[in-house]
Design a protein around this ligand. Structure first.
Ligand code: SIN
Length: 274
């Protein structure tokens, strides 16, 4: 297989690999550990292939809110129809950060893509942390933040297009709140990285609301710098996997009038520590 880094910060494309070939798994996993975001070109995987590959990483973490693929309750549908305006995952986020034990990562299988646009952007949270001053790092190192699913998937969002169209549901299950260190040590590599995100993080503990909002806004603006990003341009049949403990991501909603259908499987992680 041929592994080509996407940027200096994170991400790599792999050409000439096959997720159905178990002998190739270790090399794919090593690339995943090194680059945090890995694009496997030209897989054209069935739901069964997708599930089998995901289980090589660990048990599947079934998403409570996304509509499942018919006949496959462990696979979430990430869909925007051609007449819909909003896309799922448009804001910068880390999947499942509202869980006490956040997911290890997600594996997204491109089933139908628009003729242009619909890319996914990623940020390296390790690179973003490393670029901060040592004084600010020292302050952040002792802080904890609260994350929640309530304001994103709960009943207050029942008038959204995603809820009304059935793409998202199960609002009564949106009762998760979790606290995590603002800076985590990656469970496998030990690399330090920021672990707050604009969609699910509600506040930093021990600060008043104005202080918490200002600090989070400053960190978010810092993280959004292009130097920490990579961009995945999809072809139907590609699979991209990303490490939730090391990245943010965002779906770009710039393909109005076209359908985009992705299948997502999320894999269990471990509790996070500073
Ligand atoms: C997601 O946020 O998990 C979906 C990303 C995408 O559709 O590109």
């Amino acid at each position: 297989m041929d592994i080509k880094p996407l940027t200096g910060g994170l991400g790599a494309e792999i050409f000439g690999c096959d997720i159905r070939n178990e002998a190739e798994f270790d090399e794919i996993q090593n690339a995943f550990a090194k680059y945090s975001v890995v694009v496997l070109r030209g897989q054209h995987a069935s739901p069964e292939d997708h599930l089998k590959f995901a289980r090589c990483f660990g048990p599947i973490n079934v998403n409570r809110f996304f509509k499942a693929v018919d006949g496959y309750p462990e696979i979430a549908t990430v869909l925007k129809e051609k007449d819909q305006k909003t896309a799922v995952g448009e804001g910068w986020h880390t999947d499942h950060s509202y869980d006490q034990v956040p997911a290890m990562g997600s594996i997204l299988n491109a089933r139908e893509v628009p003729p242009y646009g619909g890319d996914t952007l990623f940020v390296s949270m390790g690179a973003a942390y490393e670029a901060l001053s040592s004084t600010l790092k020292g302050f952040l190192d002792n802080l904890w933040a609260v994350h929640s699913s309530r304001h994103v998937f709960g009943s207050s969002t029942s008038n959204s297009e995603a809820a009304k169209s059935g793409r998202l549901g199960n609002a009564e299950a949106a009762v998760q709140d979790a606290r995590h260190p603002v800076v985590i040590s990656h469970p496998l590599s030990g690399r330090r990285g920021l672990f707050v995100n604009p969609v699910f993080t509600t506040h930093i503990e021990g600060l008043n609301a104005a202080e918490s909002d200002a600090l989070l806004s400053m960190l978010y603006e810092h993280c959004r710098q292009p130097e920490f990003q990579c961009r995945v341009r999809w072809e139907a049949g590609d699979i991209t996997l990303w490490d939730n403990r090391a990245t943010w991501h965002k779906a770009i909603n710039d393909y109005h009038g076209y359908r985009r259908l992705m299948h997502r499987i999320t894999v269990d992680g471990v509790a996070l520590s500073a």
